[in-house]
Design a protein around this ligand. Structure first.
Ligand code: HSE
Length: 369
């Protein structure tokens, strides 16, 4: 299989490369690396890899691939996918960008949750396989068991999204904001006579002073948060919030009888883990032990965390989960609202299950895995 990689140097692309190397995915592939900026340069060394970078805008070169995996972003997809299909290319297009997600001919891939939907699409001859929004994918990895049994009447997810979801430069800006804040407060923190309120005044003045780097986020994120992600759409939602319902139901293959999903999406000062607080209305009252069994049996990556302070602090934080494929879900309990209502909290690595992992697994499915 001849596979072209585009956008392999960016943040999601780098995580994809790392995972593919770790799983020995390159063995048996003819890998060709494309570049928008440096065609002719040296390609990364992988088993069976072409030594030189090809031009990512060369449609003829792209059209000689059996599959293309792109993490290059939506602008690249918009510019290349149409013309490539237009010239009759019938290969597999595997994409991390959101551009094609809702197109009727494309499938949103999250195989531990929708393997059947993917397999049906392959049989039907569909060729475009697109990674889902990170919060949606991580929510479905955590709650897949309840969805599979069609036990969820509706779901509200309040998110706590990491800087990585906004991009590599945003992640860097968050760290710069933290460093700036620490610098501004250094003196007051070193002064034994200063109170916590003195420190807070200094920090708040720094947050509002206009000198903190905020070019990417548009506001301070360090020591603060931003309850707005992406652009406004209808009904007062942001596009990130709209994706919750649209993508969940497309992934599950139930756009004809959608489960309502809605909530607020919030950017917080986490580096690469998205967290979410769920409110679930089940279709019927179920005992907590049964709900717990269903949740933890959904796939090999979901981990049910005991609803104790000790377990929560040790296992259910972005600090504990970053860089891991496990998707812990905890704080699971019935709510006082009524016997059908449950709450839970989950944390997941935005760059793994939220972005890169479904792409490499899709390639594995196409290779017969
Ligand atoms: N839209 C997500 C975010 C990125 O801003 O966190 C992953 O889909």
């Amino acid at each position: 299989m001849r596979v072209g990689f585009v956008g392999w140097r960016g943040m999601v692309g780098s995580v994809l490369m790392e995972r593919m190397r770790a799983e020995n995915d390159f063995a048996g592939l003819e890998s060709v690396f494309f570049s928008t900026s440096n065609p002719g340069g040296a390609a990364p060394k992988v088993a069976g890899g072409d030594p030189l970078l090809k031009d990512a805008r060369d449609l003829a070169a792209l059209a000689s691939m059996d599959a293309i995996i792109t993490c290059q972003g939506g602008d690249y997809t918009s510019a290349i996918h149409g013309p490539l299909r237009g010239r009759g290319w019938k290969g597999w297009w595997i994409d991390a960008a959101s551009t094609l997600r809702m197109a009727p001919g494309s499938v949103i891939i999250l195989d531990p949750v929708n393997r059947k939907v993917i397999e049906r699409a392959i049989k039907e001859g569909k060729k475009d396989y697109i990674g889902g929004n990170c919060t949606v994918s991580l929510m479905l990895m955590a709650l897949g068991g309840l969805f599979e049994r069609d036990l969820i009447e509706w779901l509200s997810s309040m998110t706590y999204q990491a800087a990585s979801g906004a991009g590599a430069e945003n992640m860097t800006e968050l760290m710069k904001q933290m460093a700036f804040l620490a610098g501004e407060c250094q003196q007051v923190m070193a002064d034994p006579a200063a109170s916590a309120l003195d420190m807070e005044k200094q920090a708040t003045a720094a947050l509002r002073g206009g000198h903190m780097p905020t070019e990417k986020f548009g506001a301070p994120l360090a020591a603060s948060l931003i309850p707005w992600i992406d652009r406004a759409v209808e009904h007062g939602q942001t596009r990130e919030e709209w994706k919750g319902s649209a993508e969940t139901n497309k992934i599950l293959g139930r756009e004809d009888r959608p489960i309502p999903v809605d909530g607020l999406c919030v950017r917080v000062g986490s580096l690469r883990c998205h967290s979410q607080g769920f409110t679930l209305k089940l279709r019927k009252a179920l005992p907590p032990a049964e709900v717990a069994e269903i949740v933890k049996g959904a796939n090999p990556w979901v981990r049910l965390v005991e609803n104790t302070k000790e377990a929560t602090l040790a296992q259910l934080t972005p600090a504990a989960v970053s860089g891991k494929l496990e998707v812990p879900i905890g704080r699971l309990r019935p709510m006082l609202l009524g016997p059908e209502y449950y709450t839970a909290f989950s944390v997941g690595d935005q760059l793994l299950w939220g972005a890169a992992e479904p792409l490499r697994r899709m390639l594995g499915i196409l290779r017969g895995g």
